[in-house]
Design a protein around this ligand. Sequence first.
Ligand code: ADP
Ligand code: MG
Length: 261
Amino acid sequence: MSATASQHGERPGEYDGVRARSTAIAVEGVSKRFPTGERDVLVDVDLTIGDGEFFSILGPSGCGKSTLLRILAGFERPSRGSVRLFNADVTDTPPNKRDLNLVFQSYALFPHLSVFGNIAFGLKRKRLSKSEIDARVREAVTLVELEGREEARPRELSGGQQQRVALARALVNRPRALLLDEPLAALDLKLRQAMQEELKRIQREVGITFVYVTHDQGEALALSDRLAVMAEGRLLQVGTPDELYERPSDPFVARFIGSST
Ligand code: ADP
Ligand code: MG
């Protein structure tokens, strides 16, 4: 996985073909203005994310991260520009027809359902036999290391375990990409660090594209194959953690990543 300057540095928006097999997500010229808004909260965003990448979108609160993620998921339409998923234009495709899932910070499990029931809920739109449902849920339970807790209710679980259930519910459909919007922001520091490692392990195991939104520099640098730094609706720089740390292309990136030029 050695990356040379020529592979990365001269084409900061590109992913290298060694690690990333093909394109998962391609955003082209996307701008967004809400009907009630006076300005574009996304400004001409171009972004390509490779299949199987752990990609983070890093930026301060209010810079447009969630809006960009919601556009990828299909909950918002761009005012201009297009979104492609796995080489198909999905700009006008509703969320439930996109082969991805979204995990939020407030993961809202059903209190009256068991761990098994909560995870199986993620399958409800698929017509599967009972044994297939069983197999899929067990696979997801194993992935997030909750074996033995299938019959527990959410209130009997720790915050970290509840987070694992939410992840399993999002992955049980076997989506091709997972979008995560500050999923660890509500956890305390120790638990957050433990869950970071878990997220990385899970992403490696399932091998799908993760798009991870955070305002936490340390988190983005530790987790990502590549990341984009965002401010006021614009992507300022896209690259590997090393590139952004060692060669920030503008003062905001330098300051935000914690290095200096
Ligand atoms: P972030 O996730 O980086 O904190 P958001 O994408 O949530 O940022 O918000 C970006 C900007 O868009 C903010 O100024 C926010 O107030 C505005 N915004 C977000 N959602 C809406 C909406 N539904 N209607 C109007 N403005 C919105
Ligand atoms: Mg947000």
